[in-house]
Design a protein around this ligand. Structure first.
Ligand code: 5GP
Ligand code: ZN
Length: 264
């Protein structure tokens, strides 16, 4: 069983204890920090662990802070995550049996280490019962899908990906589309975008490292095909001060003239 785990500084000692405990149970544990009792921000480590669980369907995660509230909030922002803050064995067991929780949230200050370990064991030993509970969990998943679809339906670049708005394509593979900018700022100006809707550079996580690398390689390929052998520039604007207008991440590929520096 793969288990991704993360904590802030307040949950660090309990996390170390749980990592040992899970190792003894033969689990494969991936520790997303923090790595000491020095002050750490719970969203950093909670998101890393929750995103890893979402990336590996069927795996489980554990996130820990002082009372579990911040970690609950952040883990439940990740699509596909059902994170349950549990303070006793009954809650832990039910969160698996009824809610198909895939992330357990513990509060280091909510119970003693031994009692938190009992909560953890109860959680690991229970499994989803399906039936009427499957219908209810499906409604949670459906709500997630609706939120995503409404974001996407307002997005110009998702419409270009779907072919609903025409664009002059210069690149396409399974994950990425490149097309000419409608209002070019250089003789050659294209945009490279992921096919999935990600709003800003700040929404990227470790799971997007490959994708962003492939976007740069796609730009390199397009630049070569367009004969930009004397140089080109890649630009990615993030949020208002950088002038981001379209909230679906994109990398501008500019070339065909001598580009000045610094940009405005
Ligand atoms: P940003 O300012 O967000 O970094 O860049 C957005 C870019 O998208 C701008 O350069 C703008 O010209 C381009 N753009 C906006 N709407 C469309 C469109 O419907 N089609 C194409 N091809 N480009 C667009
Ligand atoms: Zn989009």
């Amino acid at each position: 069983m793969r288990i991704d785990i993360g904590s802030d500084h307040r949950g660090y000692d309990l996390k170390c204890r749980i990592v040992r405990h899970l190792g003894e149970r033969g689990c494969e544990v991936i520790d997303h920090g923090c790595d000491s009792a020095q002050s750490a921000d719970y969203p950093d480590h909670g998101l890393a662990a929750a995103r890893a669980v979402a990336e590996h369907p069927g795996s489980l995660g554990i996130v820990i802070c002082s009372n579990g509230i911040g970690m609950s909030m952040v883990a439940n922002k990740v699509r596909g995550i059902r994170a349950a803050l549990c303070v006793n064995e009954a809650m832990a067991s039910q969160s698996r049996r009824h809610n198909d929780a895939n992330v357990l949230v513990l509060g280091a200050d909510n119970a003693s280490v031994d009692d938190n370990l009992k909560v953890l064991n109860a959680w690991l030993e229970a499994s989803f019962e399906g039936g009427r509970h499957a219908r209810r969990v499906a409604k949670i998943t459906e709500a997630e899908g609706q939120r995503r679809r409404s974001m996407e339906s307002d997005c110009i670049f998702c419409k270009i990906v779907a072919g609903e708005i025409p664009a002059e394509k210069v690149f396409e593979d399974d994950e990425i589309v490149g097309f000419k900018d409608i209002n070019p700022a250089a003789p050659f100006h294209a945009l490279l975008i992921p096919k999935t809707h990600i709003e800003t550079l700040n929404d990227l996580g470790p799971e997007h490292v490959d994708l962003m690398g492939r976007i740069v390689l796609a730009a390199q390929k397009v630049a070569a095909e367009e004969g930009l052998e004397t140089g080109y520039r890649l630009v990615a604007n993030c949020l208002r001060d950088a002038g981001q207008e379209v909230f679906h991440i994109h990398v501008h590929l500019l070339g065909g003239r001598r580009l000045t520096w610094p940009p405005g």
